[in-house]
Design a protein around this ligand. Structure first.
Ligand SMILES: Cc1cc2nc3c(=O)[nH]c(=O)nc-3n(C[C@H](O)[C@H](O)[C@H](O)COP(=O)(O)OP(=O)(O)OC[C@H]3O[C@@H](n4cnc5c(N)ncnc54)[C@H](O)[C@@H]3O)c2cc1C
Ligand SMILES: NC(=O)c1ccc[n+]([C@@H]2O[C@H](COP(=O)([O-])OP(=O)(O)OC[C@H]3O[C@@H](n4cnc5c(N)ncnc54)[C@H](OP(=O)(O)O)[C@@H]3O)[C@@H](O)[C@H]2O)c1
Length: 375
């Protein structure tokens, strides 16, 4: 039998979905366990899982109705099989992310002057695509397209893209299982409430016993040190905590003695203390040092990098003792700020100028002691 892979994903059984933030959280975050039993799939702590989601059936129904198409008409699937339009749109096609390709094909049918103008202007196109999906086009009288039939519509669509998630479990701690920590993406645009396809698929539309298509995505650049005695510093605000849950599970499964220091951050302690039930006993037993930045529990922001600055001297000592430094989470802002804080600590406590601090960090990177998993 062909091994399971991105091209041939494994239908993993959902073992459970639970919330790791409390009701009212501004960062609704869920934990999902999948069974990999019978798949032959293996993974290494630090790897990611690819998940192929389904679209929201309510969005599909609204789109089919707005286009005046027959939901039961048989259409081709990307793999060459056929399915009724509704089912095909739920399982197999991208109906949410607008790109030049699909908009060009749409306008070959719609012949909208307004859309043609947008397509001709790169910046206007970028603005237009942000926060819109195909239902916005189908319900805009100036852009609506009258497709000859369901197949004509499906022929302009790209196939559903998988989304990657840092694996939040160790294969040695929980064999045959893989866990994810997922932030639900929800926003309102043009007065319509919308959800990220994959994150809300897992938060709202799956339950224990369901099958979800997954594959393992190797991440060779995010690995624990080979020597279990090496100290590790982990910086993972928000869902950035995900691979570090795998790291601490792995170190405990290995009975590794190396000290672990986690910098976590989230808005409010009352609602957003993710995995508190797991970190508290580790802290209590001295296995984990935990520094948490509650960003909104006071009038001014406290972020992980502020706690790093405060603990700069001790971080420097850990680095000089050979610690490996890991970062996971938001690539846009957090990753840059945390790297800057780290460079400042190296410069200040290591008595180095900016260039020498950058050299120090580069040497850490070359020795695989500075690794990032940011998105
Ligand atoms: C290596 C890697 C590891 C990752 N690990 C994790 C992880 O452990 N946990 C985790 O939660 N995520 C993780 N991610 C992110 C994850 O892959 C998805 O990108 C994320 O869950 C969103 O996917 P989605 O399908 O829900 O949203 P999509 O359907 O892809 O929607 C996202 C899009 O919605 C639009 N959008 C979002 N917000 C707004 C807004 N306010 N206004 C207008 N438009 C908006 C934007 O076009 C945005 O690109 C990781 C990503 C990578 C690459
Ligand atoms: N590329 C993708 O496909 C994709 C998809 C989903 C999410 N993401 C990114 O992944 C990130 C993770 O999302 P999340 O919901 O888990 O958490 P998050 O938005 O990163 O928030 C976690 C904590 O980090 C704080 N924070 C905000 N800015 C920061 C900064 N510059 N430095 C350090 N900490 C900062 C937040 O504070 P405040 O909120 O109080 O400011 C919050 O307390 C998102 O920010 C998003 O940018 C990317």
């Amino acid at each position: 039998m062909e091994p399971y892979s991105m091209k041939n994903p494994f239908p993993a059984t959902v073992r459970g979905v639970r919330s790791v933030t409390k009701p009212g959280s501004a960062k609704e975050t869920i934990h999902v366990d999948y069974s990999l039993e019978g798949s032959g799939l293996t993974y290494v702590t630090g790897d990611a899982l690819g998940v192929i989601p389904n679209n929201d059936p309510a969005l599909v129904d609204a789109l089919v109705e707005a286009l005046g198409l027959d939901a039961s008409a048989l259409v081709a699937l990307p793999d060459g099989c056929t399915a009724p339009l509704r089912e095909a749109l739920i399982s197999s096609y991208d109906i949410t992310s607008l790109k030049k390709g699909v908009l060009t094909k749409w306008n070959a049918v719609a012949n909208s002057e307004k859309l043609a103008e947008i397509l001709a202007d790169k910046d206007a196109l970028k603005n237009f695509c942000w926060g819109r999906d195909l239902l916005d086009l189908a319900t805009d009288p100036e852009m609506k397209a009258n497709f000859a039939d369901a197949s004509a519509f499906v022929s302009i669509l790209g196939k559903m893209s998988p989304r990657l998630y840092s694996i939040a479990s160790s294969p040695d701690a929980v064999p045959g299982q893989v866990s994810l920590c997922v932030g639900a993406v929800r926003y309102t645009s043009l007065e319509r409430k919308r959800g990220g396809v994959c994150s809300t698929f897992m938060a709202d539309r799956i339950q224990a016993g369901d099958k979800v298509k997954v594959f393992v995505h190797s991440n060779k650049n995010f690995r624990l040190p080979e020597d279990g005695n090496t100290p590790i510093i982990m910086v993972g605000p928000g869902t950035g905590i995900a691979p570090f849950r795998a790291f601490w599970q792995q170190r405990i499964a290995d009975n590794a003695a190396g000290p672990m220091w986690l910098f976590f951050g989230n808005p409010y302690q009352a609602t957003d203390n993710c995995y508190e039930d797991e970190t508290a006993p580790l802290v209590e037993s001295g296995k984990l040092k935990l520094s948490v930045a509650w960003s909104r529990d006071q009038e001014y922001k406290i972020y992980v990098q502020h706690l790093m600055e405060q603990a700069g001297e001790e971080i420097w000592q850990w680095l000089e003792q050979g610690a490996a430094f890991y970062m996971c989470g938001d690539a846009n802002r957090m990753a840059k700020d945390v790297e800057k804080a780290l460079l400042d600590i190296i410069a200040k406590y290591g008595n180095r100028d900016e260039a020498a601090a950058a050299e120090y960090l580069k040497a850490m990177k070359d020795a695989k002691r500075y690794q990032k998993d940011v998105y």
